[in-house]
Design a protein around this ligand. Structure first.
Ligand SMILES: Nc1ncnc2c1ncn2[C@@H]1O[C@H](COP(=O)(O)OP(=O)(O)O)[C@@H](O)[C@H]1O
Length: 339
């Protein structure tokens, strides 16, 4: 049975449950997962029988959504962003939506039980379509979420992206969405000076086509005050996890890959199994701006075509990753709280 189906057996408990009833019943959590696990056989699937299961983590504005959605299109694997699931939920009317809206618009994290339930519903849709893999974006964000995911999936790769706070703030404030087609753009020209040994960062804007230009809207939680709060919440998670995040393992990046640099993309390529092509891809790339442009111009398409079967990719990944991602996150040590 597909991994997603196993996830669904675990996650599906009340698709119609409201925020209030979920809170009242307080029935979601690791204890419940443990109970469910005991009543089912959760034999892990053979990697060759399913598609990839990757995770993109990183601060608000780091670009994980952009990168994940591009990979998703290229590989034909669903891109599941928990932030999008939350925003979809906000379009529903009712007391749950307004309570959720107040959490999101204050820059806080949505409680684990709600986010897990939203994810379960999304995965059920995937399962009905016969999809067997995913690129998860923005989940897990707490140790509890990571523990739940770990119990029901075999995560192949976790990519942890990072960027200096000045650049993150500029990127979040520059984000725009086309109210008609839903396309994501960024009007900010990110230009952060070199400081204390940290390299300068330049990122060109990602401008909309003329057809979207007059229909751009800004997310309600992308105001300076809320972005700063989201970055603060995220940095608490990072600080708690940094000692483990730096470990070599399936969680790639030394405490996170700093995006916007050639090295980041090279390291990401290697980790995704593209290392044997990096020499060709990066030869002659002279500046950071060029590196960013090259990455997106290539769209990784040619690389993916040459990469071949998913099983081959998994094999490459397992050779790279000496340590399981939960170990890298310190889950084995009974830690609780945010990542
Ligand atoms: N895994 C999660 N756990 C808790 N809350 C989440 C999670 N994913 C998304 N959210 C909520 O949705 C909001 C928007 O998420 P997202 O679009 O990923 O934004 P960003 O990464 O830019 O902060 C978050 O600020 C948070 O309130």
């Amino acid at each position: 049975m597909a991994t997603i189906n196993r996830l669904m057996r675990l996650f599906s408990w009340s698709h119609s449950s409201s925020l209030a009833s979920q809170k009242a019943s307080n029935q979601w959590g690791v204890a419940r997962v443990d109970r469910e696990l005991r009543s089912h056989s959760f034999k892990k699937e053979k990697p060759e029988a399913r598609n990839i299961q990757w995770i993109f983590l990183g601060c608000p504005g780091v670009g994980k959504g952009t990168y994940a959605s591009r990979l998703s299109k290229l590989m034909g694997i669903p891109h599941i962003a928990t932030g999008d699931l939350v925003r979809e939920e906000l379009t529903q009317s009712g007391p749950s939506a307004s309570e959720l809206e107040s959490i999101v618009n204050r820059g806080k994290l949505v409680p684990d039980d709600i986010i897990v339930n939203l994810l379960a519903r999304r995965l059920e849709k995937s399962a009905l379509k016969g999809e067997t893999g995913f690129i998860l974006d923005g989940f897990p964000r707490t140790i509890n979420q990571a523990g739940i995911l770990e119990q029901v999936t075999d995560i192949d790769l976790v990519i942890n992206l990072k960027l200096r706070e000045e650049a993150l703030l500029q990127k979040c404030l520059g984000r725009r969405i086309c109210s008609q087609c839903g396309g994501n753009y960024n009007v900010a020209v990110v230009n952060v000076e070199e400081q204390g040994g940290q390299p300068a960062i330049y990122m060109a804007p990602l401008l909309p086509p003329p057809s979207c230009a007059s229909k751009l809207i800004t997310r309600a939680d992308d105001t300076e005050e809320v972005v700063k709060e989201r970055l603060r919440v995220y940095s608490i998670q990072q600080n708690l996890g940094d000692d483990e995040l730096g470990n070599e393992g399936i969680l790639i990046g030394d405490g996170g890959l700093t995006v916007g640099t050639i090295e980041c993309y090279q390291q990401m390529d290697r980790s995704l199994g593209f290392h044997y092509l990096s020499g060709t891809m990066w030869a002659g790339v002279a500046s950071r701006k060029a590196a960013t442009d090259v990455l997106f111009r290539y769209e990784l398409e040619q690389l993916m075509n040459r990469l071949g079967k998913v099983s081959e990719m998994l094999d490459i990944n397992s050779r790279i990753c000496g340590q399981h991602w939960t170990q890298a996150l310190g889950l084995g040590r009974g830690r609780q709280g945010p990542l």
